[in-house]
Design a protein around this ligand. Structure first.
Ligand SMILES: [Zn+2]
Ligand SMILES: [Zn+2]
Length: 390
């Protein structure tokens, strides 16, 4: 092979390798996604904000606590400052101009709590809606998400575990909302992110694990799915989803069984279940088929409500809003009494099991390799900051 082609391929391979193992400095999050805000105020908290129009022309500059109000109109939005209109249009960027920039966003047309964010805000109008994108430092997004996905007053080692798997999950899904012009949404569809965290224990855990991700032995990010409580047994990925991952194996978990999400009960109307089976699956169980359904027992996890049709329990869970698929059934008059275990889909890391393991002194490595079999912690580097200070 000619020498220059060899060099080209070497450079290309190095580029791929570098690209594959780095973390972007910032991430674009679609915030208040699905809420269609009509009116809100934007209040800089730290740093300063430069308002730029689509031609990158500066409209004005905001210092901390000098707020503006954004109001949606029929074909765009208007920005007010001290009751005067300073901008009317359909696209604007509020760009941080100092090293640390944070702001408060206060919805004024509904009863939603104000939220705090680091970084920039882009506002655009399309399809009669305001689209808000928060461009946040990657690790600030991780800390915010740790808070909203795992709550306050958790063990520091558990926060480290959450930081690592949230970082990994975000990196694996950066293309999810590409068509909408951002990387990730702020709902559970991606991961819950209702603003930055100021919880010192969470910030410390994120800092201590900065750049750490979970990979397989080829340094490839693994799919770090998680759920609230597995009920004592996690689920093989292929028992719920189309893909089989070697690290998403069913494991017996003794640590979550006394936690708040471990048990539940529910009464399901027999008529409703029969109607669902008939409409969704054209299935009218005869006496012996119905007997299987009304006496379903799960000492270990099963995946189908009936032995013949293979109607997946996850469909029943989704349709009837059940906490999990891990339940046993007892007939009671005109309803079925469900006694269930766990909360969530059951694949990957069980949060309440991981919390208990952290309390009992397990390390993040031990916790991660239990729920993600054979996976390991790997250090990735952040790409340098892409923007100049103004
Ligand atoms: Zn999403
Ligand atoms: Zn568990």
């Amino acid at each position: 092979m000619p020498r220059n082609i060899v060099i080209y391929w070497l450079l290309f391979a190095m580029h791929l390798g570098l690209h594959a193992s780095t973390i972007p400095s910032h991430v674009d999050i679609g915030i208040f996604s699905g809420q269609n805000l009509r009116k809100f105020s934007f209040v800089p908290l730290t740093g300063r904000y430069i308002i730029c129009d689509p031609d990158h022309k500066k409209v004005t500059e905001l210092k901390p606590f000098s707020s503006i109000i954004v109001q949606r109109q029929n074909n765009g939005f208007t920005i007010f400052q001290d009751d005067s209109v300073i901008y009317t249009g359909s696209d604007i960027t509020l760009q941080g101009g100092a090293f640390n920039n944070s702001f408060l966003l206060v919805p004024m047309d509904r009863n939603t709590e104000p939220r705090m964010y680091d970084g920039d805000l882009t506002i655009s109008f399309s399809d009669r809606r305001l689209g808000l994108i928060n461009t946040a430092p990657f690790e600030s997004y991780v800390a915010g998400t740790v808070q909203w996905e795992s709550g306050h007053n958790r063990h520091e080692e558990f926060y480290k575990v959450q930081a690592v798997i949230i970082r990994t999950y975000a990196l694996s899904n950066l293309q999810r909302h590409r068509r909408q012009g951002f990387h990730l949404c702020d709902q559970v569809h991606c991961q819950a992110y209702y603003g930055k965290s100021i919880n010192p224990n969470i910030l410390e855990a994120v800092k201590a694990t900065r750049g750490m991700v979970v990979t397989d032995h080829n340094n490839k990010l693994i799919n770090t799915v998680y759920h609230a409580n597995c009920g004592g047994q996690t689920v093989n990925s292929e028992d719920l989803w189309p893909h089989s991952y070697p690290y998403l194996r069913s494991r017996n978990d003794i640590y979550c069984r006394s936690m708040p999400g471990a048990q539940w009960e529910h009464s399901l109307s027999i008529a409703d279940l029969r109607r669902y089976l008939s409409h969704a699956h054209n299935f009218q169980p005869n006496a012996s088929q119905w007997r299987h359904i009304e006496t379903l027992r799960q000492n270990t996890r099963k995946h189908h409500i009936d032995p013949e049709r293979n109607i997946h329990l996850s469909e029943i869970r989704d349709h009837f809003g059940l906490r999990s698929t891990y339940f046993s059934v007892t007939p009671r008059n005109d309803s079925l009494h469900l006694q269930g275990r766990g909360f969530g889909h059951g694949v990957g890391l069980c949060q309440e099991g991981a919390m208990q393991r952290a309390e009992k002194g397990y390390s993040k490595e031990e916790i991660l390799s239990f729920y993600y079999l054979g996976a390991r912690l790997t250090q990735w580097e952040h790409q340098p900051l892409f923007r100049q200070e103004k």
